[in-house]
Write a protein that binds this ligand. Structure first.
Ligand SMILES: [Zn+2]
Length: 192
């Protein structure tokens, strides 16, 4: 029983992985402005739902926005011929009036698929290089291990520079305090 469940999970993750990678390629290409808006709304909606704020005004507002944004895309169903394993296959895809091979319309359909699978949170931008990636776990913040290491190395260098600056700063303040103290004493002596 346990084996069956893990197999199912593995299969499902693999399926979404394909959808996710297609979306990542689209996002790292030239995504349309309205697609980015739709993605932001979908992710905000997901966050509100994950926080169980089903009855909130925020959820209603986001839902209305989501519906409006979705409606603005005029999607045209189309079929494609694909030669695989020695025969032709039909595959359904979507296009917008100015559609390319994988364009905005396919990306919208993939976004909806990912949202339905409750995995829209996985689409993220790397904290360091701003490349889009498909997150493997919730606390992932970088596209790769390389980026993560570089980010923290740069951060260390930044902290190092900051330490030197703070040391100099402290020294300057100390000297300034000393100068002020002397000035104050001198003026008092003069008064006496
Ligand atoms: Zn990165």
């Amino acid at each position: 029983m346990k084996k069956l469940k893990s197999h199912w999970l593995r299969k499902r993750t693999f399926k979404s992985e394909g959808v996710g990678q297609r979306l990542v390629r689209y996002l790292n290409g030239q995504p349309s402005e309205r697609f980015l808006h739709l993605l932001a709304t979908t992710q905000a909606l997901y966050e509100v739902e994950a926080a169980r704020l089903w009855t909130s005004q925020q959820w209603r507002d986001l839902f209305m926005q989501f519906a409006k944004q979705i409606h603005a895309f005029r999607l045209i169903p189309a079929v494609r011929m694909e030669w695989r394993k020695n025969r032709w296959h039909r595959s359904l895809h979507w296009r917008t009036p100015h559609g390319k091979s994988y364009g905005e319309a396919d990306a919208v359909m993939d976004l909806l698929k990912l949202d339905e699978a409750r995995l829209i949170w996985r689409l993220r931008q790397c904290r360091r290089c701003h490349t889009w990636y498909f997150a493997r776990f919730k606390h992932q913040r970088f596209c790769s291990e390389t980026c993560q290491q570089k980010f923290f190395r740069d951060d260390d260098q930044f902290r190092g520079r900051r330490r030197v600056y703070m040391r100099k700063n402290r020294k300057w303040h100390k000297e300034r305090k000393e100068r002020m103290r002397k000035l104050f004493e001198n003026s008092r002596r003069r008064k006496d």
